[in-house]
Ligand binder design. Structure first.
Ligand code: PMP
Length: 357
């Protein structure tokens, strides 16, 4: 039998914070920073991924969901029993649905009717009122975002959280993600890269790390095909090249959102990551590290790998692992789907054993 003290010594390497959190919302953030050993060894850099899939709602968007709701509370826009309305097809809705249940608000989610049944079912199971509407472009008044706004305006005690242009979203990353990365690396971070959906994560984290390091930390925008951020950064704001598409969900942007705008001058460079590199990295991380990630995270890690090569050995590069593969596995691990996207060839023979569906 191990004595009490021996038992504690054995257990203590697993203990980081022993204190209970204040409910669901208290468990958001403070995610681990995982050293990606294989890529670090290969590049001679420290390549670190922030494990956002370990947030209680399963993604980086829990942080923004909490901040936009608490910002509305502080401004008196919503009171007990009120309704939170958002236009979203993904993780923001899931984060909001959790936060609303935890805080006692109703949650209404407008989404384009092209979304998978899995997503609709999950939001319903989390207590959200899901309203699929025809998938029309942003400039059409019936676009899901405009419908969300109008619906919130038609109710008393309701708020449209407007994730794209509500800067409480980037504030979440100025106040949580950035400081966590700084503390977890003892301020020794040299580079940060990630992709843009709303831009909240990339812009807010960049802002904090630039200020904390007096501008020393380099920030590279990672961009999937079809998104304008790469061309905008490369041309110093003169061009926005549109066209193309990507398998990555939750990232890619066609404009400079209000969350990105204040920090656009801080971006040092941009990296365009093709889907073939993303899917290869996704399978590599599973095989070499046992890390099971969604495609936006795999793109981010592929960008960190490119950034390490660009900055040279000895540097510490941080990126975001936004969510896990669980929400996408019927696509990312399906041979038929990979073939339909012409991506089977991007996965080397020895990694194809993971294609289970
Ligand atoms: N990855 C995934 C899977 C997401 O759902 C999102 C949010 N749309 C992002 C990345 C991008 O985060 P942000 O909105 O902060 O730019």
């Amino acid at each position: 039998m191990l004595g009490q003290r021996r038992l504690y010594a054995t257990a203590s390497r697993f203990i980081t914070s022993a204190r209970p959190t204040n409910g669901f919302v208290g468990a958001i953030g403070n995610t681990p920073l995982i050293r990606i050993n294989s890529l670090s060894k290969e590049t001679g850099c420290e390549i670190l991924g922030k494990a956002e899939f370990m947030n209680p709602g399963g993604s980086v968007k829990d942080r923004a969901a909490l901040f936009v709701v608490e910002d509305a509370e502080r401004k008196g826009l919503i009171k007990a029993g009120g309704t939170v309305v958002e236009g979203t097809a993904g993780n923001t809705g899931i984060g909001l649905a959790h936060v609303c249940r935890a805080k006692g608000y109703k949650c209404v989610i407008y989404m384009p009717n092209t979304q998978s049944q899995e997503k609709i079912d999950l939001l319903k199971m989390l207590g959200a009122d899901v309203r699929p509407v025809p998938a029309v472009a942003y400039d059409n008044p019936n676009n899901y975002n405009h419908q969300a706004k109008r619906f919130a305006e038609s109710l008393d005690n309701a708020v449209w959280t407007n994730q794209f242009d509500n800067t409480a979203n980037r504030q979440a990353h100025i106040e949580t993600t950035g400081p966590e990365i700084w503390a977890q690396t003892d301020g020794k971070v040299d580079g940060f890269t990630c992709a843009t959906g709303t831009g909240g994560t990339f812009a807010g984290t960049t802002r904090f790390l630039k200020e904390a390091s007096d501008g020393r930390v380099k920030s590279f925008a990672a961009d999937p095909p079809g998104s304008v951020i790469y061309s905008y950064v490369k041309s110093k704001g003169k061009e926005m090249v549109r066209g193309g598409s990507s398998i990555t969900e939750g990232i890619g942007q066609g404009r400079i959102t209000a969350n990105l705008q204040p920090d656009i001058e801080l971006i040092d460079d941009a990296l365009k990551i093709p889907d073939s590199a993303t899917i290869h990295m996704l399978y590599r991380l599973l095989d070499e590290e046992g890390i099971y990630l969604g495609a936006s995270s795999a793109l981010n890690v592929a960008a960190a790998y490119e950034m390490a090569k660009a900055l040279g050995p000895g540097k510490t590069i941080v990126t975001m692992m936004c969510d896990g593969a669980y929400r996408y596995q019927s696509r990312l691990f399906s041979r038929k789907w990979l073939e339909s996207k012409d991506l089977l060839g991007a996965i080397p023979e020895h990694l194809q054993k993971y294609i289970a569906l």
